[in-house]
Design a binder for this molecule. Structure first.
Ligand code: GAP
Length: 457
């Protein structure tokens, strides 16, 4: 084998690609490759809390950037970053103190705790093949209402006057700032306010890895519109939001809309649709799109005693705008991106992530550990790193290095060999098809830019 022979000659026909079969495979890959670790693992972990490792943090940052750019690189949407702790009256006005409850039942036999409205999706603690209440020895209590907000105290006194809540949604920070943003940015209706931030819910039944956790991040946008135009905007935002998921490569056949029937509508909603994703554990909510009418601004106006009306200069009238909300969990989307991307065949496991999401856009390898190849590799990596996050890997066979990068979703593998030294071209190997091509080294930045921008087109 000549020194210049690359792995193109030895990558075997891998056979047909399979989708993810079992979420446990993703949990294991996430831990092994530094995406997601159980929180406080050395102490045995803490239920439903997870830490993002180096690659998970990078992926999450990419998710947030893509969402933030889609939302705010336009004239009619402003971004904010409101405090997690808010005045406690906010949560009375929003309806969360009285209405943000789930019905909880306990089983006196297995000591399990379940949501009374989700028993059909739960498993008995003693006989997991049965639903709670189905076994002859199950003893379920009557349902009691359990408020999902986490409480803490502000200041040194722990009395009822010092209670504050960890916000269960980021939306309220937007509503109370509606006039601040509108006036400081001289916005006219229709316009939106976007925010990314942590939210907390004391979920009764968290689980399915990072699907439902007690601490999570939301990416929410509230679009303020003239009453009467709200259903049109609702339809427009439904379409824009599903397109966002499709543009990031999420497969169309795994996405669907689910309309909320009258019994399902949240207390604030006039109309609501979920975008659902088909996980290995079934269709589940990924994002909510809600027509919240003037409920929130009306309630804050009532509870604060401050006018929150908008003055419409054209119509010369004052009114409370209606709000169309789009709300997606950052962690929930990240789980969808990983689940949808997971592929395996006879040769390898790989993540078919959109390059905009992939933690590394490329990995650079010297074909062998020779000083002249290593030096060139360093030069290429340094040049690429001015623009992209790239990995540099020189350990093990080139085949092993390809596999390692496939497993973390790196879309391009760039190999420096002896031809590079003489003609300044490199081999670019493509993650999904395992094809290779030679590119001039000084055109790599432009090449990657174009490939990333035109991915899937
Ligand atoms: N402001 C509206 C709102 O919060 P939601 O349907 O309760 O509506 C919106 O939540 C999104 O937040 C969900 O579609 C989901 O993506 C995410 N989400 C909600 N609860 C979550 C949890 N416990 N863990 C992870 N993500 C969650």
């Amino acid at each position: 084998m000549s020194e210049n022979q690359t792995e193109k000659l030895v990558e075997k026909d891998p056979g047909p690609a399979k989708d993810i079969q079992d979420m446990a495979d993703l949990v294991s890959l996430s831990k092994r490759r530094g995406f997601v670790f159980p929180s406080s693992e050395v102490y045995g972990g803490i239920n439903a809390c997870w830490d993002y490792g180096p690659l998970g943090a990078e992926l999450k940052r990419n998710v947030k950037d893509v969402w933030w750019n889609a939302m705010t690189r336009r004239d009619d949407i402003e971004g904010i970053d409101a405090a997690i702790l808010m005045h406690p009256r906010v949560w009375e006005a929003s309806g969360h103190v009285s209405g943000f409850v789930d019905p909880l039942v306990d089983c006196k036999t297995c000591k399990g705790r379940f949501r009374a409205d989700k028993l059909d999706m739960a498993h008995c603690g003693n006989k997991p093949s049965k639903k709670p209440g189905e076994g002859s020895d199950c003893q379920l209590t009557e349902p009691r209402q359990f408020n999902l907000m986490f409480k803490t105290h502000m200041g040194p006194l722990e009395d009822s006057a010092s209670i504050v809540y960890l916000r269960p949604e980021t939306a309220q920070g937007i509503y109370v700032n509606f006039l601040n943003v509108q006036q400081s940015m001289r916005q006219k209706l229709p316009f939106g306010i976007a925010q990314i931030g942590k939210a907390f819910r004391n979920e009764i039944t968290p689980g399915n890895f990072i699907f439902r956790t007690r601490e999570f991040e939301q990416m929410e946008m509230q679009y303020f519109v003239k009453p009467g135009s709200d259903m049109d905007w609702f339809e427009k935002w439904k379409e824009q939001r599903i397109q966002w998921h499709l543009d990031l490569g999420i497969r169309k056949e795994k996405l669907r809309f689910h309309a909320h029937g009258p019994g399902e509508l949240a207390h604030y909603a006039k109309a609501a649709f979920d975008i659902e994703y088909l996980f290995p554990f079934g269709w589940q909510e990924l994002e909510g799109i809600h027509n919240r009418s003037d409920f929130d601004l009306g309630r804050h106006q009532e509870f604060s005693g401050k006018k929150l009306e908008y003055f419409d200069e054209e119509a010369k009238e004052r009114y409370l705008p209606y709000i169309v909300e789009t709300s997606v969990g950052c962690d929930r989307f990240l789980l969808v991106a990983l689940t949808d991307a997971y592929r395996s065949d006879n040769e390898r496991v790989w993540l078919k992530l959109h390059p905009k999401l992939a933690p590394f856009k490329a990995a650079v390898f010297p074909l062998m550990k020779k000083p002249e190849l290593m030096e060139y590799t360093d030069k290429v990596s340094a040049e690429l790193r001015k623009k992209f996050r790239v990995d540099r890997d020189d350990s093990g066979s080139i085949g092993k290095r390809y596999r390692r990068q496939d497993e973390i979703g790196t879309p391009f593998g760039i190999t420096i060999d002896y031809d590079t030294l003489s003609n300044h071209t490199v081999t670019v190997r493509h993650r999904d098809l395992m094809t290779q091509e030679r590119i001039p080294a000084d055109k790599l930045v432009q090449y990657l830019d174009e490939k990333i921008d035109n991915w899937g087109k």
